[in-house]
Design a protein around this ligand. Sequence first.
Ligand code: ATP
Ligand code: MG
Length: 227
Amino acid sequence: MVAKVITVFNQKGGCGKTTMTIQIAGTLALRGYRTLVIDMDEQNTATRWASQADDANPFPASMMNLAAMGGKMRGAVKNYLGDYDFIVIDCPPAALSDAPSSAMLISDLALIPIVPAPADMWASVAAKKLALTAQMTNETLQIRILPNMVQKNTNLARDTLDVLAEDTEIPMLRARIASRSAFRECQLTGSTVHFLSRTSAAAQEVDALTDEVLEILGVTQSKRRKA
Ligand SMILES: Nc1ncnc2c1ncn2[C@@H]1O[C@H](COP(=O)(O)OP(=O)(O)OP(=O)(O)O)[C@@H](O)[C@H]1O
Ligand SMILES: [Mg+2]
């Protein structure tokens, strides 16, 4: 299978791009898919996260840092399409970076993590525009909003998710990732949330998110489940 490529991006800093990249890629790898994470951020957060793992429990996906290549990364990524089932690209927050546009031209799916709060919604307008521009060239690109750090049962979250759902151009995933300490804790262990507990609410949310990503990409889940 030629790798399915997923780009995770949003110019807004701190909305959970790296967290979602690590969780999705790690979960795909735990399920037995050959998975590569490409870190396009000069902060190297994804690379550092994975390097926290000890030798006995290494981060399950492969890691590659192409941050220095910026918008020229596309050619390099194409070389790995035959070696993996999934390539997940973590983009930097920089508005002027060429990385997201370049990555989206070779991607099957663009995920835009958004925290359901006003400032994050306002900032997401630019990200949505960038994704729709990429889709004009790469017509098979699918784009989804990924609600992250959702504070369930609050009026703010409900109202902002309602507004996001009204967008007819870019659908929102059914999956919701709540604000949970598990997502911060597993940075210390270089792992997905499954390492802390396979049955936790965080792990269930990540599993549902990964299931939905596979569904969008039309991948039948036949791999042996290790997660
Ligand atoms: N669902 C969540 N629950 C709790 N904390 C979260 C969640 N998602 C992300 N965080 C935390 O929020 C912070 C920012 O997350 P992350 O680094 O993934 O965002 P980012 O968009 O990649 O940031 P940057 O723009 O700097 O690259 C981190 O401390 C992370 O642990
Ligand atoms: Mg990041």
